[in-house]
Design a protein around this ligand. Structure first.
Ligand SMILES: *[C@@H]1O[C@H](CO)[C@@H](O)[C@H](O)[C@H]1NC(C)=O
Length: 281
């Protein structure tokens, strides 16, 4: 009897086709890729000598957003302006597809940014958190980008995640943050991904705090898992855009407008940090 296997992962050849399509259209060979989180896409506007590919033009993509090749402070990089979110209905495979393409383009370092809710009581809205570790909550329930047939050309079947966020990059980020006057609102902590799109209930926030989570959001982790499998070094930065509500007597309510307003305020600091960081990588 033939047992059908899960076909949830795009093939190596699909990713290769996309990478080759890009490689013939740009002479740039970036070693650093940046994924811009919600409200943080303006970073791509700072790129010089831009070559822009709207996602809808790239084979197998198809989404609002664009891939921007160019230079940040003279360092070649490629930037995803607009990422794919699981809550938008994309499969975890689609969410991580660009990361595998980056790998095939020759990228070695991935910088991911996101907007997140602060769960650590000592965090303030507007803080920038260097991600030290993550909890892959969707992964607990089987939503991992590595489920399905494993092609060894991307990496091993059971990759290690205890060193997911590169220690040297974290040190470099903290050092650069101090040089760029961001030290006063810098944190380092644990990020947890939830699928969303609802914000968390109070009971859920209480669980996450007990898990040791400092910030919670709806992205990043699948991309990091895929990146680590294929050996990319990863740096993650969360902008704390709201404080999660953990008290039943509170009248505070998480809302997307607050998230966007805060992102607007601190996004420029985060951009400056990333821009100076890439020159040191
Ligand atoms: C919260 O953040 C502070 C400062 O970064 C840290 O020392 C602490 O361990 C974190 N966790 C909790 C539960 O307070």
């Amino acid at each position: 009897m033939e047992v059908p296997s899960c076909q949830c992962r795009s093939s190596y050849d699909d990713c290769k086709k996309t990478a080759d399509w890009l490689l013939v259209r740009t002479k740039q060979r970036p070693r650093v890729a940046i994924i811009c989180g919600s409200g943080l896409g303006a970073l791509a506007d700072l790129i010089d000598d831009k070559i822009v590919f709207p996602y809808q033009d790239i084979p197998v993509a198809g989404h609002a957003g664009q891939l921007v090749f160019g230079k940040l402070q003279d360092r070649e990089c490629v930037c995803m302006q607009g990422r794919f979110h699981y809550y938008e209905g994309y499969s975890i495979d689609t969410v991580t597809y660009p990361v595998r393409v980056f790998f095939l383009l020759g990228v070695e370092t991935l910088i991911v940014t996101n907007a997140a809710g602060g769960l650590n009581g000592s965090y303030n809205v507007g803080d920038i958190m260097v991600i030290k570790d993550h909890i892959n909550l969707p992964g607990f329930c089987g939503q991992s980008p590595l489920v399905g047939h494993n092609d060894d050309r991307f990496g091993v079947r059971f990759p290690c995640m205890s060193d997911a966020y590169d220690r040297n990059l974290r040190t470099l980020a903290i050092q650069t943050a101090h040089e760029q006057n961001c030290g006063g609102f810098l944190q380092e902590g644990v990020y947890c991904m939830v699928a969303g799109p609802t914000f968390e209930t109070i009971a859920e926030c209480n669980i996450l705090q007990k898990f040791g989570v400092d910030a919670v959001g709806m992205s990043t982790v699948p991309e990091v898992v895929a990146a680590r499998q294929c050996g990319l070094r990863v740096l993650g930065l969360s902008l704390i855009t709201n404080k999660a509500v953990t008290d039943y007597d509170s009248n505070e309510k998480a809302n997307h407008e607050e998230v966007l307003a805060t992102t607007g305020l601190r996004a420029r600091d985060l951009q400056r940090l990333v821009r100076h960081l890439v020159t040191k990588i």
